[in-house]
Ligand binder design. Sequence first.
Ligand SMILES: C[S@@+](CC[C@H](N)C(=O)[O-])C[C@H]1O[C@@H](n2cnc3c(N)ncnc32)[C@H](O)[C@@H]1O
Length: 196
Amino acid sequence: MLTSSPLNIPLLRGPVPLARVLIRHFLREGDLAVDATCGNGNDTLLMAELVGDSGRVWAFDIQEPAISQTAHKLAQAVLSERVELIQAGHETMAEHVSGDLAAVVFNLGYLPGGDQTVITRPETTMAALVQSLGLLRPGGILAITIYPGHDGGASERRTVDAWATGLSQKEFHPWRMGQLNVPYDAPYFVLIQKAF
Ligand SMILES: C[S@@+](CC[C@H](N)C(=O)[O-])C[C@H]1O[C@@H](n2cnc3c(N)ncnc32)[C@H](O)[C@@H]1O
């Protein structure tokens, strides 16, 4: 399937390409960033490219196949040096990560092509989201792609939406972005910027 035009214009079908447009906009050379759910490594790879040699990315996943798939992708792109891969739950983020982060990226749900019973859970997702806001620098972004359609996804949607809705207007700017001509339980995207 085409994901961009010959002119390299991204195809905005579903939330993931839109999330990537925004990640590209906010991540710069030298930045620190976290991929909280590295999965097949697509977002980790993008972030490693964007932060350059002087930046750093921490990438979490609880599953070994996700960590090795991400390691393989990074090695192929000769970007392994920029990324610390951590096989642990993102709810342990604050133990592993320090510094003022420019971006934290979550892609919730299950590993595409992997074990569909291993999914992100509202309790651990929330613990990690709260830690992420604490680690962001002013102007930094938290990007969350949410999949309400699978088992457990609807309760994760409710939990994340309620939390983001209640954030202080002075401290954070939360946005919800979803394609309009799709079913109600289609994936969508929440972006939270920490105020300056
Ligand atoms: C939708 S996939 C991520 C896709 C990935 N961003 C990519 O580009 O391929 C969700 C991932 O979250 C992982 N996961 C589930 N619970 C987790 C947790 N507590 N901490 C970190 N990762 C978790 C799953 O193992 C799965 O690989």
